[in-house]
Design a protein around this ligand. Structure first.
Ligand SMILES: NCCCCN(CCCN)CCCN
Length: 351
């Protein structure tokens, strides 16, 4: 056990990411299951920079070896995990709903099939805005979740940032009363406007930098918001705080993702405190609900410099937990200008 403590302490010193003995144990559990770096990060649910550093220290200690693109347990490593009784990960995820708790059925199906076609011409994710979109099925699972919770039909919905094309998915169902999208990236706004005109979706799409306060007519005018912010506490304050500022009253809902790939549980604690301080209640936390399609700028991101082996990700490795929050008495949004860097901190790695 003291070995795990030693490695954790050294890894934290070198990365400034909170590390625990269990962080080291989870890396070892993952290495038993796979030699693929990205899959190891996915299984560990620890920030990428910490996983990379722990692997480098375990390599120095002769516990894991880097052979080509593979990360393998050494003989010494195999004896070590056996002695500590470290077992591989097991999963009991539901194969029907893929662990999301909702399915795209009934009247959503037809709209979903249209969406799959439309999104084929979407603008690619770009690095400068920390873009990384979820699978089309995932965008629609978010629509199904909101409908299942009564946050969709006849509602006015505001989407803050939309590389996931939620505005199109929501409008295609014909169920919301109104859909507004505020997005900094003109390419996305042009695409969404084109689709809205072609399919008669009547989406209110505007170019807007969410570091600036909301347009006046958007404040306090919506029933439900969606966003998927970059993973810094500042970004959560900016995007979710603005989302709350769009809401009409108490008992209105908001949806967004928070990942473990770029956020330790210590940062999660700070994030959840920010949410409670805004007068929100967290009603749902759906682990790995969101699955992000691998973006082609991976060699430019910080995480690539940190990987111990240089092998592009093959499967989806970047996932996030879907949060549903609801306002109660005393809630308050955040609509002040944001200055400073909302994209980078010690734990981020895909910016
Ligand atoms: N940089 C690539 C991955 C970014 C994912 N982030 C923005 C996603 C927008 N759809 C954060 C995801 C969790 N908040």
């Amino acid at each position: 056990m003291e070995f795990l403590v030693k490695i954790a302490r050294e890894a934290e010193e070198n990365t400034q990411v909170p590390a625990y003995p269990v962080s080291v144990e989870k890396v070892l559990k993952a290495v038993i299951a796979t030699g693929d770096f990205w899959k190891i990060v996915d299984l560990c649910d620890e920030p990428l920079p910490l996983v990379a550093e722990i692997l480098k220290l375990l390599n120095r200690e002769g516990i894991v070896a880097f052979e080509g693109s593979q990360i393998l347990l050494t003989e010494k490593g195999a004896d070590f995990v056996k002695k500590l009784g470290i077992e591989p990960f097991v999963s009991h995820k539901c194969s029907c709903c893929n662990g999301r708790g909702v399915v795209i059925d009934g009247e959503l199906k037809e709209a979903f099939e249209k969406f799959v076609e439309i999104q084929k011409n979407r603008p690619p994710a770009i690095h400068c805005y920390d873009q990384g979109y979820v699978t089309p099925e995932n965008s629609f699972a978010r629509v199904a979740l909101a409908d299942d919770r009564g946050d969709l039909r006849g509602k006015k919905i505001c989407v803050l940032g939309d590389d996931d094309l939620m505005s199109i998915a929501l409008a295609l169902t014909g169920l919301p009363e109104k859909v507004t999208i505020l997005e900094i990236d003109e390419r996305l706004i042009n695409f969404i406007k084109e689709v809205s005109d072609k399919y008669g979706l009547n989406i209110d799409a505007r170019v807007h930098d969410l570091r600036q306060p909301l347009p006046k007519d958007v404040v306090g005018a919506y029933d439900t918001f969606f966003c998927d912010p970059p993973e810094t506490v500042e970004a959560i304050k900016a995007f979710v705080g603005r989302g709350v500022a769009t809401l009409k009253s108490e008992r209105c809902a908001g949806y967004f993702g928070v990942t473990r790939r770029e956020s330790s549980l210590d940062k999660w604690r700070k994030i959840q405190k920010v949410l409670l301080d805004m007068g929100l209640v967290i009603t749902d936390l759906l682990h790995n609900f969101n699955e992000y399609v691998n973006w082609d700028y991976y060699e430019e991101m910080r995480g690539w410099q940190l990987t111990p082996v240089k092998e592009p990700p093959k499967e989806i490795w970047y996932k996030s937990t879907q949060f549903r929050v609801e306002t109660v008495r005393g809630f308050k949004g955040f609509n002040e200008p944001i200055v400073g860097d909302i994209y980078n901190d010690a734990e981020s790695s895909t910016t």
